[in-house]
Design a protein around this ligand. Structure first.
Ligand code: MHF
Ligand code: KIV
Ligand code: MG
Length: 259
């Protein structure tokens, strides 16, 4: 790995945007690393995109470790960050330390990402960074709380909820987070946070004022069977793959088995 937390911190000061994409195995990691991505996130979105669950809630720590180990083997320059799955870090600070430790030791992750900026989570982030595990924060639409939100809804639409998200982002920076994901919030709210913070903001569905952008790789490649309103595919690999497989079927069926 040639990219580290030091690069990420410096890039905000230099005004260089940070490009982040997700990977879920050796193959997807190799492709985005070869293309020059800065940070690879082994996101818990893999629960939905490659495991077929309706939400990220069911994903387990053992499952993401299995995927993250494969991703790690596919990277040669990008920095690797791994999501802590739902309920693998919220129960207690001890639980978060134990499980973040497993991610770092077993997968070679350089940092972990966790959702939420409420006081208990801020305390957890402080403890993790104190122990030498860099943390990427995540506020706004935090998909692990989908059942509380009642859907994958845009957050920060009222003045109160916008102020709460800004305060959470500031608290996470204070606690030592090295960067923070801002998901599905109004552009103005993301812009406020980006100007207030020294650490880089990485936006997804949060406008163009953030210090970096993240998307789910299968959405960018047009491989997903569905994507959120803010993700614009740059190529339609799903139809191209279906077409190639149709050609293969046709070729095979054209040639009867030899006697
Ligand atoms: N393929 C994929 N891409 C993602 O960006 C992604 C995932 N999966 N899984 C985890 C989360 C979930 N995300 C989502 C999912 C759906 C919407 C969405 O459709 N939002 C609608 C309304 C949804 C509702 O009201 O229930 C919107 O207009 O905001 C947004 C973000 C982003 N993340
Ligand atoms: C989209 C990003 C921010 C994420 O958390 C994920 O892929 O799980
Ligand atoms: Mg995630």
């Amino acid at each position: 790995m040639t990219i580290t937390v030091s690069h990420i911190a410096r890039w905000k000061q230099e005004g260089r945007s940070i490009a982040v994409l997700t990977a879920w195995d050796y193959l997807s990691a190799q492709i985005i690393d070869a293309a020059g991505i800065d940070v690879v996130l082994v996101g818990d979105s893999l629960a939905m995109t490659v495991l077929g669950y309706d939400t990220t809630v069911p994903l387990t720590l053992d499952e993401i470790i299995h995927h993250a180990k494969a991703v790690r083997r596919g990277l040669s320059q990008a920095m690797m960050v791994v999501d802590l799955p739902f309920m693998s870090y919220q129960v207690s600070i001890e639980q978060a330390l134990t499980n973040a430790g497993r991610l770092v030791k077993e997968t070679g992750a350089q940092a972990v990402k966790l959702e939420g900026g409420y006081p208990e989570m801020v305390a957890t982030v402080a403890r993790l960074t104190q122990l030498g595990i860099p943390v990427m924060g995540h506020v706004g639409l935090t998909p692990q709380s989908v059942n509380q939100f009642g859907g994958f809804r845009k957050q920060g639409k009222t003045a109160e909820s916008a102020d709460r998200i800004v305060a959470e982002a500031q608290a996470l920076e204070q606690a030592g987070a090295f960067s923070i994901v801002l998901e599905h919030i109004p552009t103005e709210v993301a812009e406020r946070i980006t100007k207030l913070l020294t650490i880089p903001t990485i936006g997804i569905g949060a406008g163009n004022s953030c210090d970096g952008q993240v998307l789910v790789t299968s959405d960018v490649l047009g491989l997903s069977d569905w994507q959120p309103p803010f993700a614009q595919p740059l190529v339609d690999l799903r139809s191209q793959a279906i077409h190639a497989v149709q050609q293969f079927c046709q070729q095979v069926r054209q040639t009867p088995p030899e006697e």
